[in-house]
Write a protein that binds this ligand. Structure first.
Ligand SMILES: [Zn+2]
Ligand SMILES: [Zn+2]
Length: 384
């Protein structure tokens, strides 16, 4: 038996998406079928469409899905039919990193995120998705391919969403928002009085700023080229802002800090900015690399300046487990301390290209596709 869905299919590199009827296998052991309610658009969708990540095409993008569990396969205990859920990153569950509680660094992460096929079970390496005429179709993007009316997912990647949190608010926690917030909360863990500088204020950088505001750091500097972004960064928690178009951003960061910063978060993936971010932290300071640069990019670091205990740390997906960070961020949203809704603008499914382009152009910080109705008509806007 298979399940009929409607999906936005990317037919080939840089090609416009097409709305198609698609068939998915019913959930097997450990799997669940989720009806998608909301799907966030992340920069990674755009670069995958352009061929920078190895998802085979034709395929279905989308990796910030939230929805309602419609069916579960055998041996699923984590969720039940009717649960409202956000779909976290998948992982194998068996390698050293997974067993160490760091599934973001799963040995099989590339396969889990971009192979277009199932990660586990007897059908590992095969896609559960087919076109109407029976041709193979890549799905399972980040374990979800959520630019569709339903997704087949690993049940242990799901995180339940409380009834008073709208699924459109929860969806971006599947990837982009968690990536920025986790870099602060799971990795940096700032000490009282620390100075943080966030290079780039898209969805990931603004999430890092909101997380920093919930930390004992007392100096939170946002750097960007756009005054409107910097204004929003101030509203969300930046104590200082630096417009890099107006002068030497590194000088300005040092002036604000009275020297180098303790932590830099590099959210742009622009190599010149990566090198500035490395320069912006002190001896014993830490620069955290988050932004995605083009494949095969390299950066250089002053060797002498790095010897005094400078740390350069790459972070994927904010580290940690879906089940710890996502519920915490949902609680903070409810308390009005993590206003994700300020980043979101709704788009109607299946206008996926429009939403991706709005994100890529910078016009919208976090486009979220409205795919179907949320069964709980919760109002967006945090504790009010
Ligand atoms: Zn693993
Ligand atoms: Zn993403």
């Amino acid at each position: 038996m298979s399940v009929e869905i409607t999906a936005s299919v990317t037919p080939g590199r840089s090609a416009p998406s097409q709305v198609e009827t698609v068939f998915i296998d019913e959930p097997g052991p450990g799997e669940a079928l989720v009806r998608i309610v909301a799907a966030g658009v992340c920069h990674t969708d755009a670069i995958t469409r352009e061929g920078d990540l190895p998802l085979p095409l034709p395929g279905i993008l989308g990796h910030e899905g939230a929805g309602v569990v419609e069916a579960v396969g055998p041996a699923v205990t984590q969720v039940a039919v009717g649960d409202r859920v956000v779909i976290g990153w998948p992982s194998c569950g068996e390698c050293d990193a997974c067993l160490d509680g760091e599934p973001r660094y799963c040995d099989h992460l590339v396969e889990a995120l971009t192979s277009g096929a199932r990660l586990r079970g007897e059908h590992r390496g095969e896609s559960a998705y087919r076109t109407a005429d029976g041709a193979a179709l890549a799905g399972h993007f980040f374990g979800q391919s959520s630019f569709a009316t339903a997704s087949l997912v690993l049940a242990d990647a799901l995180v339940k969403v409380p009834d008073d949190v709208p699924l459109s608010v929860a969806a971006p926690l599947a990837c982009g928002v968690t990536t920025g917030a986790g870099a602060v909360m799971n990795v940096a863990k700032p000490k009282p009085g620390d100075a943080l500088v966030i290079w780039g204020t898209g969805a990931v950088g603004l999430a890092a700023i909101m997380a920093a505001r919930n930390s004992p750091a007392t100096t939170i500097i946002a750097v960007d080229l756009h005054e409107d972004r910097l204004a929003l960064a101030r509203e969300l928690g930046a104590t200082h802002t630096v417009n890099a178009a107006a002068g030497d951003a590194l000088d300005e960061v040092r002036r604000i800090c009275g020297g180098p910063a303790d932590y830099a978060f590099e959210c742009t993936g622009v190599i010149r900015v990566v090198e500035q971010a490395v320069e912006s932290v002190s001896m014993r300071g830490t620069v955290i690399l988050i932004g995605g640069a083009p494949a095969d990019s390299r950066f250089s670091v002053d060797h002498f300046g790095a010897l005094w205990g400078k740390r350069i740390v790459g972070v994927l997906g904010g580290e940690g487990r879906n089940g710890s960070l996502i519920p915490a961020l949902l609680d903070l949203w409810r308390q009005g301390r993590f206003p994700i809704d300020r980043l979101i603008e709704d788009f109607a499914f299946p206008h996926v290209d429009e939403a991706i382009d709005a994100g890529t152009s910078g016009r919208v910080i976090k486009p979220v596709l409205h795919v179907s109705d949320d069964p709980i008509a919760a109002h967006r806007g945090g504790a009010q």
